[in-house]
Design a protein. Structure first.
Length: 231
């Protein structure tokens, strides 16, 4: 299987011509496909055995994370971080204002696997906003969390919108379908939006959307960040 990508303007550098790749069209597997692979013909492992070991593996990770440990294995690396603002050097951790998070990345075993994947260039299937990276300034995370009322920077392409049109803008969509629109835009460019996350967002996972009517079109187009954000 190949990784398909198309190119969009690179908002990070000052070069007006350079681009970066946006991966598109990939499929994701779930625990079912993973267990099916483990129990494939000739493995000698039953589905019950695979599920039991999979559950034990997850519970072991959870146990050590709850104890405050970091994790460093061939499969993943996790380390604890603390988000939130401390008033001064005498301030202490307050669960109402601060949050413990874990930054997770692949270990060496998974990083090695990417060397064998093939990539093929394609064209965008639709002219719509492309959302690449959401940086939460308060927690200093990218595509992981959003801090209610905090500043955020969204990079991508074709994201400029008409703020006078209530249908256009930046929206946080909760798992239950509740939609919260961003009201405070600090700066707006096609490749970068700086804004304040809506106040009083309920804890949970959100999908980030940018809705706009692009130049030369009449219908509302929507771009979605592939990663869900946790508040």
């Amino acid at each position: 299987m190949k990784i398909y990508y198309y190119l969009v303007d690179n908002p990070i550098t000052e070069d007006p011509n350079d681009c970066h790749a946006q991966v598109t069209g990939y499929e994701s597997v779930t625990e079912k496909e993973i267990v099916d692979y483990i129990t494939r013909k000739g493995s000698g492992i039953t589905t019950a055995e695979a599920m039991a070991n999979y559950q034990e593996y997850m519970e072991a990770h959870e146990y050590f994370l709850k104890m405050g440990y970091g994790i460093k294995t061939a499969f993943l690396v996790a380390r604890p971080t603390i988000s939130g603002v401390f008033t001064d050097k005498n301030d202490t951790f307050d669960p109402a204002r601060h949050q413990i998070n874990f930054r997770v990345k692949f270990g060496k075993h998974y990083r090695e696997s990417s060397k064998n994947v093939q990539a093929e260039k394609t064209e965008p299937t639709r002219n719509e906003p492309v959302l690449v990276d959401f940086k939460d300034v308060t927690s200093d995370t990218v595509n992981e969390s959003a801090t209610s009322g905090g500043a955020a920077v969204l990079t991508g392409s074709r994201m400029k919108f008409d703020s006078s049109d209530t249908a256009q803008g930046i929206f946080f969509v909760a798992a239950n379908g509740t939609v919260s629109k961003v009201n405070t835009i600090i700066t707006m460019q096609p490749s970068q939006l700086v804004f304040l996350v809506p106040q009083n967002l309920a804890s949970g996972e959100y999908t980030l959307e940018v809705r706009t009517i692009l130049k030369g079109t009449k219908d509302l187009r929507k771009g979605t960040l592939k990663d869900t954000l946790t508040v």
